[in-house]
Ligand binder design. Structure first.
Ligand SMILES: Nc1ncnc2c1ncn2[C@@H]1O[C@H](COP(=O)(O)OP(=O)(O)OP(=O)(O)O)[C@@H](O)[C@H]1O
Length: 392
């Protein structure tokens, strides 16, 4: 990979009032810097035809780079832009983190006020659009594939939590942040991105900082951000993958709407196997599937300390470590802690399996006035003011 140590910045010469370019050293190694011109040409001038998604940070385009590689080009929205130096510092962190189960960052563009991230393009979309999506995907998620996906995500997260120094808390583990390559190897995306958002940008930063349904109660309510919050999100995701359904679906009968509640209920009735995706037509190993569901319950326990580390999760998933069933306690449910007023939306996405989403607006020091209002997107976004932790 090309090694750059300098960035060019335009400055105004005070004597002539003419712009000129200066070289500034930011010590960015192993990060490819793309020119805006190259990315414009890769995406055919950021054409709508090449737009593949829109997330909390801005728009994502598919593009072909000069070297022929396909890339996902994420143009950060104006409100999430920060200074060159801060941006480059965070990019350095992200670019040094490489693992088979993490989306690879090729490089970035920091020309003028553009802040663009260039990632390896993944052919098979995200889990939210395929496994949990509207049914337009041709992918066969048989049990072997699901098991491989769960273990891959666990390995990627264990790497972020336990191998990277200093460790990285992802903050937004969820189905739309799990992308699949051509072999259906899962890749965690958006890690480290929370840190790219200026601390005063509460709207954007908290979008990154969690999605209802995956959000650990202690983080949602008290702003306590630790690796255990990611482990909670992973537990929810694990149960979604095994059951083939989203964590919240208000179109289902009451009692089945919240996946975690339903999982606990079935666990207590020793009927967990009933949660496994019926589209598998019984073609799965029931012992293994129930083990995965129990690991999901271990990860979502109310007391963060009781949740296992991600390396233990990997061992339990792969059968190297036995689950101590006595250790499983009730999951932490955000609704148990707050008087959340949920207004169902009439405008839910009818074609999606995930029919319910909420935009929560509350302040951590004003919980009595907390409000949840439904939205129309498939992901839920919380807007609140947690103590913003910018350390990794
Ligand atoms: N590396 C990639 N390869 C292929 N497609 C990608 C890649 N990165 C993003 N996408 C596509 O762009 C969409 C938007 O991605 P982005 O990460 O910005 O938002 P999101 O995860 O959907 O939402 P949020 O911002 O709430 O996390 C994804 O759903 C996916 O379809």
């Amino acid at each position: 990979m090309t090694c750059f140590s300098f960035l060019f910045r335009r400055r105004l010469d005070s004597s002539t009032n003419q712009p000129f370019e200066v070289e500034e050293e930011f010590g960015i190694h192993n990060v490819k810097l793309y020119t805006y011109k190259e990315l414009r040409s890769a995406t055919e001038d950021f054409s709508l035809a090449n737009k593949i998604g829109e997330g909390g940070f801005g728009s994502v385009y598919k593009g072909q780079l000069k070297n022929g590689n396909l890339a996902a080009i994420k143009v950060l929205s104006a409100e999430s832009r920060q200074g060159v130096k801060e941006f480059v510092t965070e990019i350095k962190v992200i670019s040094e983190v490489e693992h088979e189960n993490l989306v690879k960052l090729y490089g970035c563009c920091v020309e003028d006020n553009h802040r663009i991230l260039v990632y390896n393009y993944l052919e098979n979309n995200s889990l939210s659009q395929t496994l949990l999506g509207s049914g337009h995907s041709n992918i066969q998620f048989n049990w072997k594939t699901r098991s491989k996906i769960c273990i891959g995500i666990a390995r990627g997260l264990a790497f972020l939590h336990e191998e990277v120094k200093p460790y990285i808390v992802h903050r937004d583990i969820k189905a739309s942040n799990i992308l699949l390559d051509k072999d259906l190897t899962p890749k965690i995306s958006d890690f480290g991105l929370a840190k790219l958002i200026p601390a005063n940008m509460t709207h954007v930063s908290t979008r990154v900082a969690g999605t209802i349904g995956y959000l650990a109660p202690e983080y949602a309510i008290r702003g306590q951000l630790t690796r255990k919050a990611d482990i909670y999100g992973f537990g929810v995701l694990l149960i979604e993958i095994v059951s083939g359904r989203c964590n919240t679906n208000t179109q289902l009968p009451v009692g089945e709407q919240y996946l975690l509640e339903q999982t606990w209920d079935l666990y207590e009735r020793r009927a967990l196997v009933g949660l496994v995706d019926i589209s598998l037509n019984g073609d799965f190993d029931p012992e293994e599937a129930c083990r995965f569901l129990k690991i999901g319950l271990l990860c979502t326990q109310d007391t963060p300390k009781l949740r296992p580390s991600m390396s233990s999760v990997v061992k339990m998933l792969t059968g190297q470590k036995v689950i101590d069933e006595k250790k499983i306690t009730k999951p932490g449910l955000i609704s148990d802690f707050m008087d959340l007023k949920v207004r169902s939306s009439e405008k839910t996405k009818s074609e999606s399996k995930c029919t319910s989403s909420y935009n929560a607006t509350f302040s951590s020091d004003n919980l009595d006035n907390s409000t949840l209002s439904s939205g129309t997107s498939t992901s839920a976004t919380m807007t609140f003011n947690p103590p913003y932790d910018r350390s990794v």
